[in-house]
Design a protein around this ligand. Structure first.
Ligand SMILES: NC(=O)c1ccc[n+]([C@@H]2O[C@H](COP(=O)([O-])OP(=O)(O)OC[C@H]3O[C@@H](n4cnc5c(N)ncnc54)[C@H](OP(=O)(O)O)[C@@H]3O)[C@@H](O)[C@H]2O)c1
Length: 219
């Protein structure tokens, strides 16, 4: 698949490493420009560009930048993506450490709904609750003991199916976590967040989640 990745930090960098290894045609962008991506390009074979370029004709676009920077993306950044493209949001709202106050999220809007409103395209929420290093080194073949399961939430069923397949290819069990209105169940501070749970345990943890934001994840 042609995969565009916007953001090449901890998560975007490791997804670039894994997805190129799996044979995908990966195009990458950061905030400083393609010339600053030559090391990652040389290491992985991914093709550097600007954010709007990497989305051109992509089947999947992964947006993996700090939440507070989402509104800084150029308007129409995803316009060039295929109409059927799956848009992945890996983000988390860290008001105290990084993002400052985002009113609608504090008022209860799921974090990915807020991202979706800014991007103007439906998003699939995944990879937000796994430590970036584990994307690189904890993937296992299907059926292996200790295989980590990842929740995948979103409203576009076809896009969600593509993303769940990609999660499996990367070596993780993909668990359908419902529509985006349910995606608070996998946000920071919930039982599944960072838990590296297996499939059954993950389902239990999603069920046990409370919509109340914990104090340490409020502005
Ligand atoms: N770190 C983790 O283990 C982890 C795990 C799960 C989810 N997450 C979430 O995933 C998101 C990304 O996290 P991260 O740790 O990978 O972040 P990071 O290491 O800080 O990297 C952020 C990347 O976003 C790029 N960026 C920032 N603003 C941009 C813009 N306007 N246009 C294009 N690129 C832009 C940065 O570009 P430059 O390099 O040019 O500055 C950088 O490549 C966050 O929401 C985070 O909460 C992180």
């Amino acid at each position: 698949m042609k995969i565009g990745i916007i953001g090449t930090g901890n998560i975007g960098g490791n997804l670039t490493r894994r997805l190129t290894k799996l044979g995908h045609d990966v195009h990458i962008a950061n905030s400083r420009g393609p010339e600053t991506l030559s090391d990652l390009a040389a290491e992985t074979g991914a093709k550097p560009g600007y954010a709007a370029d990497v989305a051109q004709g992509a089947d999947v676009v992964i947006v993996t930048i700090p939440q507070k920077n989402i509104p800084l993306l150029p308007a129409g950044v995803l316009d060039g993506a295929s109409s059927h493209a799956a848009i992945i949001d890996t983000g988390n709202y860290y008001p105290q450490q990084r993002d400052g106050l985002i009113g609608p999220i504090e008022a209860g809007l799921p974090e990915s709904r807020w991202v979706e409103q800014h991007l103007g395209r439906p998003v699939i929420k995944v990879f937000n609750g796994i430590y970036s290093q584990h994307i690189l080194d904890r993937g296992l073949p299907a059926g292996s003991p200790g295989r980590i399961a990842l929740p995948v939430a979103g409203d576009d069923q076809a896009a969600k199916a593509v993303v769940m397949q990609l999660v499996e290819e990367l070596g993780f069990d993909a668990v359908d976590a419902g529509g985006l209105d349910e995606s608070w169940r996998q946000q920071p501070g919930t039982p599944s967040y960072g838990a590296d749970a297996g499939r059954d345990d993950l389902r239990r943890k999603l069920e046990e989640a409370s919509p109340e934001r914990p104090a340490n994840f409020r502005a």
